[in-house]
Write a protein that binds this ligand. Structure first.
Ligand code: MN
Length: 331
C-alpha cells in the first residue's frame, strides 16, 4: 500500500485541516503546472470547507498557467497574520519555497503533500508518495476519498487545477510515470468537469515567442557525446539578452534533446542568479538522474531532476557531463 492511500493519513489530514482557522498554502519557486495546480486545488477545497486561506509562491504564475481558476489569488507575500496551519505542496525541501519560506516556517503546524524522493522531510504530517506521477494525483485521491464529508466538495475548478498538474508532470501523458492509475485519475477529473483539450491547449499551444526562439538557438548548439548516448546544451547568457528571455523560456528544451533516438541522458544548463548555475537533467529508462542531482546539489525524480551549482558555466558543464558519462558507462 502506498503511503498516500493509508486511510489513517487521510483521516489525520482531514482532522488537522478541520481544526485550522486560517491556512497558508505554499509551493516551490519557478512553479510548474503541478505546483500551482496543486496549490490552487487545495485553496479551492478549503473554500468549500469555509476555511480562510492564502496561497504563496516566490514567483507569480507563468502566463500559460494564468487560465487556472483563481490563479489571481497567488501572492508573493501574505496579506494577513495569524495562520495556524501551513500546507506545502510539490516540494520536499523548504529551501525550494524561496522568498516565502519564512512565512511558511513561522506557522505552527505544517502538512506536506509531495511526490519527490524524500530529502529533508519537513512537515508534521507528511503525505508523500514518490511513486505518484504528480502531487495533483495524490490530492485527487485524497479529495475524492474525503468527498462524503460535509463541505468537502470536489468542484470543476479543482478538477481543472489537478488535471493541469497531472498533465504537465507526465509531459502530456508521454513520460514513463504515466500509468493506468494516472489515466484513471485523468478520466475522473474530466468526469468532474475538467476539459482535457483546454488544459492541453493552454499548456502546449501557448508559448511565448522567446521560448521557441530559445529552443531554436539551443538545438542549433546541441552537443553530443561520440557514442551519441548523451546530449547537452549550454544556454548562453547572450541568448537571454538578445531575446529578452528569462528562465521561463527554457522549459522543455531538455526534453527536446532527449528525443534523439540514441540519446539516453540529456542536460541543459544556464547561468542563474548570484553566480549560480541551474541545470535540468533527463534520462530514459533505468538511468537515475535524481541520484546524480542529489550528489552534486539538487534533486528530483529518477528520469527528471534539477541541480543548482555554485560554479562557472564551463565547470558546471564538465561536472554534470562526467557524472552522466559515468552513469552511462556503468550500465
Ligand atoms: Mn510535481
Amino acid at each position: 500500500m502506498t503511503q498516500e492511500s493509508d486511510p489513517r493519513l487521510t483521516e489525520s489530514f482531514y482532522d488537522t485541516v478541520r481544526s485550522a482557522s486560517d491556512v497558508l498554502i505554499g509551493t516551490h519557486l519557478n512553479p510548474d503546472g503541478d505546483a500551482i495546480g496543486s496549490a490552487l486545488a487545495v485553496s479551492l477545497w478549503l473554500d468549500g470547507l469555509g476555511i480562510p486561506n492564502e496561497v504563496l509562491c516566490h514567483n507569480l504564475p507563468p502566463s500559460y498557467l494564468e487560465f487556472l481558476p483563481s490563479s489571481d489569488r497567488l501572492s508573493q507575500s501574505p496579506r494577513r497574520k495569524g495562520h495556524d496551519l501551513a500546507i506545502s505542496v510539490d516540494l520536499d525541501s523548504l529551501d525550494r519555497l524561496g522568498s516565502v519560506r519564512p512565512w511558511i516556517e513561522s506557522v505552527p503546524r505544517l502538512i506536506l503533500v509531495d511526490h519527490h524522493i524524500p530529502h529533508e522531510m519537513p512537515g508534521d504530517l507528511r503525505i508523500v508518495d514518490p511513486s505518484s506521477p504528480s502531487t495533483a494525483s495524490i490530492l485527487t485521491d485524497l479529495f475524492a476519498r474525503l468527498e462524503p464529508r460535509p463541505g468537502a466538495t470536489f468542484t470543476p475548478g479543482m478538477a481543472t487545477c489537478l488535471l493541469t498538474g497531472l498533465v504537465t508532470d507526465t509531459g502530456g501523458f508521454r513520460f514513463p510515470n504515466t500509468t493506468a492509475g494516472s489515466l484513471h485519475h485523468a478520466a475522473f477529473l474530466v468526469e468532474r468537469g475538467a476539459s482535457l483539450s483546454q488544459v492541453m491547449d493552454e499548456c502546449y499551444l501557448n508559448k511565448d515567442e522567446q521560448s521557441v526562439r530559445m529552443l531554436a538557438l539551443a538545438l542549433g548548439d546541441m552537443k553530443m557525446s561520440s557514442d551519441m548516448r548523451l546530449a547537452w546544451v549550454v544556454l548562453r547568457p547572450e541568448w537571454f539578452e538578445r531575446l529578452g528571455a528569462g528562465d521561463e523560456h527554457t522549459e522543455g528544451i531538455v526534453n527536446e534533446i532527449l528525443s534523439v533516438r540514441t540519446v539516453e541522458a540529456a542536460f541543459v544548463i544556464r547561468a542563474g542568479k548570484n553566480g549560480k548555475v541551474k541545470g535540468s537533467l533527463r534520462s530514459k529508462g533505468t538511468i537515475d538522474v535524481a541520484k546524480i542531482a542529489q550528489s552534486i546539489g539538487g534533486g528530483g525524480h529518477k528520469n527528471a531532476a534539477g541541480v543548482t551549482l555554485e560554479d562557472t558555466l564551463e565547470r558546471a558543464e564538465r561536472t554534470i557531463y562526467s557524472h552522466l558519462v559515468e552513469a552511462l558507462e556503468s550500465r
